[in-house]
Design a protein around this ligand. Structure first.
Ligand code: ARG
Length: 568
C-alpha cells in the first residue's frame, strides 16, 4: 500500500509494507524493501525509487509519466474516475422538514449534507433517489386545525352538518399558516384543553375524517410550495416529496406481521420489539411500534416507509441523514427491519448523524433575540453580508463595473458557497461553530476562497483566449518547477480521493482535497509567469494544466452543491 509521503523533502510517496511483511516472511524489512525496489527500478512510472533503513520504500514519480497521466485524465468525462456503481438504486433520506413548521437551521445541515452525498453517489454511477421525507402527520396538524377553528369558526370544515364539496382554495395563505402554527403550539403549552382538542383532531385526521383531510391537503399544498422555494434557494432538490403520511397505509399490516412473526409483544400496554443483541456494549431499549393508546410512532412510520421503498425501488442501500440525537431511533428501526426480513440481509442501512450548528458562544445557533433561527433568515443575512463585501470591493477598484443585478447574483452564489462549505468542511458528526465572518472570508479554508481560485483561473483563461491564442491540441508537459509538479500531484489524486470520500460518505474529504488543490494552484500561480511566458509550447502546457485544475475544482464544488460565478 502506497501512501502520500509525510516527508515531501525526501520523496512524494512511500511504502511501509516491508515492515509488516518482515514478520510474515521472517526476513529483514530492508531485504524485502530492496527486493521490491530491484523489481521496480527502470519502470517508467518512477524517477526515483529507493529502499532506506529500516525498510521504507521512497518514491518519486517520473514527471513525464505524471504529465501523461494528467493528459489522460483530461480526455475523460469523469477525469478518469472509475465508477464503482452500475445504476444500483440508493435511497437518501434527507431534508426531513416538518410541514407547516418553519425550516430551522437544524434542517439546514440535513439538506446540505444529504444533497452532497446524493450528488457524490450519482457521480460514482449509482441511481440516487433523494426523498425529503416530510414530517406531515404529527400533532402539528391537529394544532393547526384547532387554531384555525378558533380563528375562523364559520368555515365549512367545522360545520358537522355540511355535506357538500370542500373549497379548492386554501382557507389561509403561507404567512397566515406561518403564524397559525407557533400560536397554536404556544397555546397548547398553556392550555391543556386546547392541547386535548388538538390531539383529538390529529386522531380524527389520522383516521380519515373527511373535513380534516381536506384541511390537511390545504396545509400540504400551501407549505409544499413554500418548502420547494426554500430548498430551491439552497440548490437542494428531491426526487421524491414523500412523507410520514405515505407510510400510514402499511402500518396495520406491519403491526399484524410483527405479531405473526412473534417479534412484537405487549409491554405495559404498548407493543414493542426487542432489539438488544448480546454484543451490544450498552443495553438498548426495545423499539415501541404502538403506544398504549393505539397510536403509531416515529419508528412505526419509518418501518412503514421501508416497506413502501422496498415495494417501489428495492434499494441496495439506505442512507438517512439526521441530527445524531436520533441515532438510537435508527438503530432500532434498522434492527426491526432486518429481524422481520423487510430488507434483504445484504442491503446496507446507514445513518449519518450530524452534530449541532453552534453560534460563536458555543451554544446552539440562535437569532440575536434568542429565538430559533429560521433558515430563510439565515440565508438572507449571509446574502446581505456578501453583497456588502462585494460593494465595498467594487468601490476600492473603481475600474471594475458590475451591474447591481450581477452583484446580487454573485453575492448569492458566494453566500451559498460560504454556508455549504462552512458546514461540509467539518466531519458531519462533529458540532461546528457557524462563524459568518470566517465563512465569508476570501482567505483560508472557506468556500469563497475556493470560488476565488476558480474565478482567478477563469480570468487567466479568458485573457489568454482574448489575445487570440489557442491551446487546443497541446499537451501537458512534464513539470517545469517544483510548485508545478506539486500541483500536478494534487490533481492526480482526484480519483482516489473521490472513491474514498464516497466509500466513507464523507463530503468533508472533498473539501480538504480542494483546499489543498487550491493552495497548490495558488503557489504555482504566484511563482509562475503564465501570461508573459515566451515559449508558446510551455505556455500552452500551462493553460492545459489550468483547464484541468478548473475542471477538478468545478466538479468538486458541484458535488458539494454550489457553483462559481464568472467574476468576483
Ligand atoms: N422530520 C424529522 C425531524 O425533523 C426528520 C425525518 C428524518 N427521516 C426519517 N426517515 N426519519 O426531526
Amino acid at each position: 500500500r502506497i501512501v502520500l509521503s509525510n516527508r515531501p523533502d525526501l520523496c512524494e510517496y512511500q511504502c511501509n509494507g516491508a515492515m509488516a511483511a518482515a514478520k510474515a516472511y521472517k526476513k529483514k524489512p530492508i531485504d524485502i524493501a530492496t527486493a521490491v525496489v530491484e523489481n521496480l527500478t527502470g519502470d517508467e512510472m518512477f524517477s526515483e525509487i529507493t529502499a532506506v533503513m529500516p525498510g521504507f520504500i521512497n518514491i518519486r514519480l517520473n514527471p513525464q509519466y505524471l504529465a501523461d497521466y494528467l493528459g489522460g485524465m483530461q480526455k475523460e468525462e469523469k477525469l478518469g474516475l472509475e465508477e464503482t456503481g452500475h445504476g444500483e438504486t440508493i435511497i437518501v433520506d434527507y431534508g426531513g422538514a416538518n410541514v407547516a413548521k418553519p425550516l430551522h437551521v437544524g434542517h439546514l445541515r440535513s439538506a446540505v449534507i444529504g444533497e452532497a452525498v446524493k450528488r457524490m453517489g450519482k457521480f460514482l454511477g449509482y441511481n440516487m433517489i433523494g426523498d425529503v421525507h416530510l414530517g406531515d402527520w404529527g400533532l402539528q396538524m391537529g394544532l393547526i386545525i384547532e387554531e384555525l377553528r378558533d380563528r375562523k369558526p364559520d368555515l365549512v370544515y367545522f360545520d358537522e352538518s355540511y355535506t357538500g364539496e370542500y373549497p379548492a382554495e386554501a382557507p389561509f395563505t403561507i404567512s397566515e399558516l406561518e403564524d397559525i402554527y407557533p400560536t397554536a403550539s404556544g397555546k397548547a403549552k398553556e392550555d391543556p384543553a386546547f392541547k386535548e382538542r388538538a390531539q383529538t383532531a390529529t386522531f380524527k385526521l389520522q383516521n380519515g375524517y373527511a373535513p380534516f383531510t381536506a384541511i390537511w391537503k390545504h396545509i400540504m399544498s400551501v407549505s409544499l410550495a413554500d418548502l420547494k422555494k426554500n430548498y430551491g434557494n439552497l440548490d437542494v432538490h428531491f426526487e421524491l416529496w414523500k412523507g410520514e403520511s405515505d407510510a400510514q397505509k402499511y402500518i396495520p399490516w406491519l403491526i399484524q406481521d410483527l405479531q405473526d412473526k412473534g417479534l412484537a409483544h405487549e409491554s405495559d400496554g404498548a407493543l414493542v420489539v426487542d432489539i438488544a443483541e448480546p454484543t451490544d456494549s450498552k443495553e438498548l431499549p426495545p423499539c415501541i411500534v404502538r403506544k398504549s393508546d393505539g397510536a403509531a410512532l416515529y419508528a412505526t412510520s419509518d418501518l412503514g416507509t421501508i416497506i413502501e421503498r422496498e415495494k417501489d425501488f428495492q434499494p441496495v442501500k439506505y442512507i438517512y441523514i439526521t441530527d445524531k440525537r436520533q441515532e438510537l431511533h435508527f438503530v432500532q428501526v434498522f434492527r426491526v427491519a432486518r429481524k422481520a426480513g423487510y430488507v434483504k440481509p445484504e442491503t446496507e442501512m446507514i445513518h449519518i448523524g450530524f452534530g449541532t450548528m453552534n453560534g460563536k458562544d458555543g451554544k446552539p445557533f440562535k437569532t440575536r433575540e434568542g429565538g430559533v433561527m429560521r433558515l430563510q433568515y439565515l440565508l438572507e443575512s449571509v446574502n446581505e453580508e456578501m453583497l456588502k463585501k462585494i460593494t465595498e470591493n467594487q468601490k476600492a477598484k473603481e475600474n471594475l463595473e458590475i451591474s447591481e443585478e450581477e452583484a446580487k447574483e454573485t453575492a448569492k452564489m458566494i453566500a451559498l458557497a460560504a454556508i455549504k462549505y462552512g458546514d461540509l468542511s467539518n466531519q458531519a458528526s462533529k458540532d461546528y461553530i457557524f462563524d459568518i465572518d470566517r465563512f465569508t472570508s476570501f482567505e483560508g479554508n472557506t468556500g469563497p476562497y475556493i470560488l476565488y481560485t476558480i474565478v482567478r483561473i477563469k480570468s487567466i483563461l479568458n485573457k489568454y483566449h482574448s489575445m487570440g491564442k489557442d491551446e487546443s491540441g497541446a499537451v501537458i508537459e512534464a513539470a517545469h518547477s517544483a510548485s508545478e509538479k506539486n500541483l500536478m500531484l494534487a490533481l492526480s489524486g482526484f480519483g482516489a480521493m473521490m472513491e474514498n470520500a464516497y466509500e466513507e460518505t464523507a463530503p468533508h474529504k472533498i473539501c480538504s482535497y480542494i483546499y489543498e488543490l487550491a493552495n497548490a494552484f495558488n503557489s504555482f500561480y504566484h511563482e509562475t509567469k503564465i501570461m508573459s511566458e515566451e515559449n508558446e509550447q510551455i505556455q500552452k502546457s500551462y493553460i492545459r494544466l489550468l483547464e484541468l485544475t478548473k475542471s477538478v475544482l468545478e466538479i468538486c464544488i458541484d458535488l458539494l452543491g454550489f457553483k462559481a460565478p464568472e467574476r468576483m
